[in-house]
Every structure is written in structure tokens, then in C-alpha cells.
Design a binder for this molecule. Structure first.
Ligand code: SAM
Length: 431
């Protein structure tokens, strides 16, 4: 790609474009950028390039002759090239990434004409210019900044200028979306952490997170762009559905805390248990589908000091029971075994209210379970769940529990007693 920039300030433009990535590409001969002084092509002794406007008015207008002579000069050495003469003007079509792509694809020689003062003689535009491009709906003093923007954005699309095509195909505006947020070291800065997903090395999850962020950002920052999108990809549709669900979740603007449950909490606890029962039913899981757990179950948990509530501000958002009572049904574990010689407690009846599902309450609840277990002085936590309860199994795994085998739990008569057993070995704080 060769770009000739016709300007009254060739040194300034050249200095900028011969820096950094584009400058290195020019040095390697991947692109050629020439900044040509229009004044060198005047035919008057004063090297005058502008004159007063016919009809009167402010300022001066650039004369057609020096511009045309300058253009002829650059075109003389561009024979056989696919050339395009572009006048940078606030009256042109707005320059976009699509324009950059088109110019890169359709031409190998661009001539960028920079006006100054009040602009250029209209006859030059009519006779010599193929298209007018604007940087946006505002007026600059000269076309140089616009020409540099056009040259830079077209050149970085030329193969070899950037290390890989992905460098620009993944960027904002390539496919009508904005880019996802980017982070670099350190992992924590001013109390703000790099999102967990970017640190765990799971590339499929990272890709998915990034795509979701692209959709979300475009939706929030550039609704005008988002409106123009036609989303047909099934995975994108799923992500949009997730974004809509996320938006309907409450903002956690109050502190999260955990305390022992009290009898007056019972209505809220039963309501959360009812939410969980509904979800299990919808998922075809026959856990909690009878009278269990009921008010008596939770009151008994409270009496033993083993029932806890997680609060968002003053509102009860989650519940769990952490019991030190022996669990004889766990003794007959099959298809695996518990870690030997560890003291343990057992997690029961953990649930998050429908309103707070999918928020940070779940992670907080599981951290609170660990804290409570540590306060008991045990070394591990055991829990069972229905084999079909995929979301519980996912949360357990994400919270550090590992599958250890199968157990039969007969505490819910009339229901499938087969359960999968999980265990988490507690790390000692600070180790
Ligand atoms: C002060 S402007 C002239 C504006 C002109 N009198 C008008 O009102 O349309 C001087 C030069 O700056 C450049 N220029 C100004 N605004 C621009 C923009 N938004 N995009 C591209 N070039 C621009 C053009 O080359 C123009 O000839």
C-alpha cells in the first residue's frame, strides 16, 4: 500500500506516521508513506497557495493550481496502480472501520489531500477528487489530523503490519461490536482484581466470557451499533439471554454477612426452601419434593446452633445448616471412599433465594460454610446431592469440593435415596 499525503505540513505528518508500528512497517517496505509539500508546486514567486474567496467572507481558500500540479506529480509515479484520490473534509462521508477495510481491499495507492484555511477551490474537488472523507461532524483547522487517522487505520490492516490478522479482526468495530475489556499485570491494582475467568487458563471459558463482554459493552456503550446487529449465531443468542437474566438480578449494593439463624428468621428461611423446592421440581429432581425440610427441621437446626443465614444488608438471601451430628448413612459409601482420619461436619439444606440466584451471594455462602466449619475445628466438610442436581454439583466443584463416591440417604421417605457424596478438605488459614 502506498499513501501520498498532500499537505502544507509534510514534516509534522511524516514525523507522526513514521513512528511506532506504522513507522516500522514503512522501514520494512510493507507500506510506503510520502508526505508531499503542496507549496512546492505553486507557479507564483511568493509560493502562495491560497487567496481571498470570491464573493467575500472570512479567510482564504486554497488555490486549485498548486493542488492539481502536486497531484499530477504524485500520479506520474503511480502508473498501473489502483489509485484513489481522497479529500479530507468535514463535508465528506464519515470515515469508519468499514471504509478502512474497503480502501485496503480495493486500492493499492491512496492520495490524501489536506485542505487548510477555509478549504479548497471547489473546482479542484469536482475535477480531481474521487471521494471526500470526514473524521466526524466537527471542523478541524486542517486535513492533516484526518489524513493521519485514515493512513494509520488503513495501514494497520495491510498484511504484515501487525503480527497477525487476529490483532485487528478481534478489535472494536471489525464485526459491528466493541472489543472486550483488557487487563494486564499486576493481578490486583488499587483493590481491583483482574476477573477470575481470565486467570484460570480455561480458553473455552475465556472466549465465551470475552464474547459476552463484547455484546454487553456494545449494548451499553453504543446502543446505536447494537441496534444494527443481526444476531443469528445460537451461542450469541444464549449469551444475550444470559445478559438479560444478569440485568434482572439485584445489584449487591449492601454488605454481605452471615450469622446464626434465629426463630424469627423462620418465614424467610421457609420461603427460600420453597424457592429451592420449585427449582428442583422444574429440573425433574425429586429432592425436597415432600414435606422435608419443614419448619421443625430448621427449628431443630437452630436449637443445635447449626443453622445459618446469609444476609444482603438486612435481607436473608441464603441459608445453610452445618452439622456435627454423626451421619451414619455416610459410613456406607460405595464406588469410592472418604479421605481417612479427618474430622468432619456435614453440610445440609443450603439454598439461595430465587432473587439472589446467580449473584455473588452463592460464592459468599460457600465461603461462610468454610468459616463456620473452621470455627467447629473440623478438617473437612461432607455433603451429598442428587446425581441430577447438576447446578449444585457445579457449585460444589467450583467451591473446592471433590466427588468421593455414592451414598444412600433415607431421610426423605418415598424419594430416590441415591446421592453422590462430595468432600472438601479445609485449608488451614495462612498455609
Ligand atoms: C477549517 S476547515 C474548512 C471547513 C470548511 N470551510 C467547511 O465549513 O466545510 C479546513 C480544512 O480542514 C480539514 N477538515 C476540517 N474538518 C474536517 C473533518 N471533520 N474531517 C476531515 N477533514 C477536515 C479539511 O481538509 C478542510 O479543508
Amino acid at each position: 500500500m502506498r499513501i501520498d499525503i498532500l499537505t502544507l505540513f509534510p514534516d509534522t505528518v511524516s514525523a507522526v506516521l513514521h513512528e511506532s508500528i506504522i513507522g516500522r512497517a514503512a522501514k520494512k517496505g510493507i507500506v510506503e508513506i510520502n508526505c508531499v509539500q503542496i507549496r512546492d508546486f505553486t507557479e507564483n514567486r511568493q509560493c502562495q497557495v491560497d487567496d481571498y474567496p470570491y464573493g467575500g467572507g472570512w479567510g482564504c481558500v486554497m488555490m486549485a493550481q498548486p493542488l492539481k500540479s502536486c497531484l499530477d506529480h504524485v500520479m506520474a509515479s503511480a502508473e498501473g496502480k489502483k489509485s484513489r484520490v481522497i479529500y479530507l473534509s468535514p463535508q465528506g462521508k464519515t470515515f469508519t472501520q468499514e471504509t478502512a477495510k474497503r480502501l485496503r481491499n480495493d486500492y493499492d495507492h491512496l492520495v490524501l489531500v489536506c485542505g487548510h484555511y477555509e478549504g479548497v477551490d471547489e473546482r479542484f474537488i469536482e475535477k480531481c477528487v474521487d471521494e471526500e472523507l470526514s473524521l466526524g461532524d466537527f471542523v478541524l483547522t486542517g486535513g492533516e489530523i484526518a489524513a493521519m487517522a485514515v493512513a494509520d487505520s488503513v495501514c494497520r490492516l495491510v498484511p504484515g503490519v501487525l503480527s497477525d490478522a487476529e490483532c485487528y479482526t478481534g478489535e472494536s468495530h471489525w464485526d459491528g461490536l466493541l472489543e472486550y475489556p483488557q487487563y494486564t499485570r499486576p493481578e490486583e491494582w488499587e483493590g481491583m482484581e483482574v476477573p477470575e475467568v481470565l486467570r484460570n487458563g480455561d480458553h473455552a471459558k475465556i472466549q465465551r466470557w470475552r464474547r459476552k463482554q463484547q455484546l454487553l459493552r456494545t449494548m451499553n456503550k453504543r446502543p446505536d451499533m447494537f441496534e444494527k446487529l443481526t444476531i443469528t449465531d445460537p451461542e450469541d443468542r444464549k449469551l444475550l439471554e444470559e445478559i438479560r437474566k444478569d440485568a434482572s438480578r439485584p445489584v449487591l449494593d449492601q454488605p454481605l454477612s452471615c450469622r446464626h439463624a434465629m426463630p424469627e428468621d423462620l418465614p424467610a428461611i421457609l420461603s427460600i426452601a420453597a424457592d429451592a423446592r420449585d427449582v428442583l421440581k422444574r429440573r425433574g429432581i425429586d429432592q425436597w419434593q415432600g414435606d422435608y425440610p419443614n419448619g421443625e427441621t430448621f427449628l431443630a437446626d437452630m436449637q443445635r446452633g447449626e443453622c445459618y443465614v446469609v444476609l444482603h444488608g438486612e435481607e436473608i438471601a441464603g441459608i445453610f445448616t452445618l452439622s456435627t451430628l454423626p451421619a451414619p448413612e455416610y459410613d456406607d459409601i460405595t464406588d469410592g471412599k472418604w479421605t481417612p482420619d479427618l474430622t468432619y461436619c456435614v453440610l445440609h439444606r443450603s439454598a439461595v433465594s430465587a432473587k439472589y440466584r446467580g449473584t455473588a451471594v452463592t460464592a459468599f455462602l460457600f465461603r461462610s460454610i468454610d468459616d463456620a466449619a473452621r470455627s467447629y475445628g473440623v478438617q473437612s466438610i461432607r455433603v451429598d446431592t442428587h446425581r441430577k442436581n447438576k447446578s449444585m454439583k457445579r457449585i460444589l466443584t467450583e467451591s473446592g469440593y471433590r466427588y468421593h463416591g455414592n451414598v444412600l440417604v433415607e431421610s426423605e421417605p418415598g424419594h430416590d435415596p441415591a446421592r453422590q457424596a462430595f468432600e472438601k478438605i479445609l485449608k488451614v488459614h495462612g498455609v
